[in-house]
Design a protein around this ligand. Structure first.
Ligand SMILES: [Zn+2]
Length: 304
């Protein structure tokens, strides 16, 4: 019986956790809209949900780890908490608030809105996720294919173990670039705030799940969603393997541009940069755009 429950948890765990985060965000978003917080940034609902979601995943990592080798050291956790505070808590809401102000400005001019406002909320949220992910995909490819881009992105790949807080390990410049490229197409379309809230929750919750050290088997869901199964290959120390699966939230654009990869064997446990690693300190991470000189752009990887 215990083994059966474990097997159900392995297969159903990923979609159940992701759906739970989305449903909770929708409920919180409704509550905010009806209460005194009406008119606040719609991404606030996602932010409120992602804090307890992170704690739940951290607890689950202890119960069912993908590999015990990825148990995070306290030094790594300290650095990633700094990344969470700066890139997650400070930079992301600031960029989103600026984008939202632009969105409101766009909506104020109805003739400029291409957004299908009458469509069901789930369809609008799915459209927002797919459109935002195209911007994120383009930025991610740029950061792997050019020396300049790699200077911004190397910090994210410096993690030698994947666990829930590794999702936030991102240089602030990397975060600003990705968030802007995700948000700008949505502004041009005139996205509705409630769709933006759900899309933000999906990206945030999936980002935590895809980095979590959890033994989950999302199976065919990985053809659609950027799950841990596909994202671990992107973090491989082997550059042939890491030059795949650039989608942040979905695999759609990887299918379109031929970078999708889901080998039948178990994803790698050797993750990171290899060679001369980036020092494990937040200040060293902040300095990488100016100090990183020792890796050439991916000459063998897919071209832009
Ligand atoms: Zn990458």
């Amino acid at each position: 019986m215990k083994e059966r429950i474990r097997r159900v948890a392995l297969v159903a765990g990923y979609p159940v956790l992701l759906t739970a985060a989305l449903v909770t965000t929708a409920l919180v978003s409704d509550g905010l809209a009806e209460g005194a917080a009406a008119g606040t940034n719609p991404a606030l609902a996602a932010g409120i949900v992602l804090v307890p979601f992170t704690i739940i995943l951290a607890l689950l990592e202890r119960a069912m780890p993908f590999t015990k080798r990825w148990a995070a050291r306290s030094e790594t956790v300290r650095v990633d908490l700094m990344h969470t505070a700066v890139s997650g808590v400070l930079v992301a809401p600031t960029v989103r608030a600026v984008l939202l102000a632009l969105i409101v400005g766009t909506l104020a001019a109805p003739s400029s809105s291409l957004w299908p406002s009458e469509a069901p909320l789930m369809a609008r949220a799915a459209l927002a996720i797919v459109v935002a992910d195209l911007g994120a995909y383009a930025g991610h490819r740029f950061m792997h294919a050019t020396a300049l881009g790699w200077r911004l992105h190397a910090v994210h790949h410096s993690a030698s173990s994947l666990y829930v807080l590794a999702a936030a390990r991102s240089h602030p410049f990397n975060a600003m670039l990705t968030l802007s490229l995700e948000g700008l197409p949505l502004i041009l379309l005139g996205v509705s705030p409630e769709a933006l809230a759900l899309a933000t929750a999906f990206k945030g919750a999936n980002g935590l799940l895809q980095h979590a050290n959890l033994d989950l088997r999302p199976g065919r869901l990985s053809w659609l969603v950027a799950t841990s199964d596909v994202h671990r290959w992107h973090h491989s120390t082997n550059r042939d393997e890491s030059n795949t699966n650039f989608g942040n939230a979905t695999m759609l654009w990887d299918h379109v541009f031929g970078t999708f990869s889901l080998p039948a064997r178990r994803p790698p446990v050797e993750v990171g940069i290899g060679g001369s690693p980036i020092p494990e300190s937040y200040l060293a991470h902040l300095a990488t755009p100016f100090t990183l000189h020792d890796r050439e752009p991916d000459a063998t990887g897919p071209k832009l």
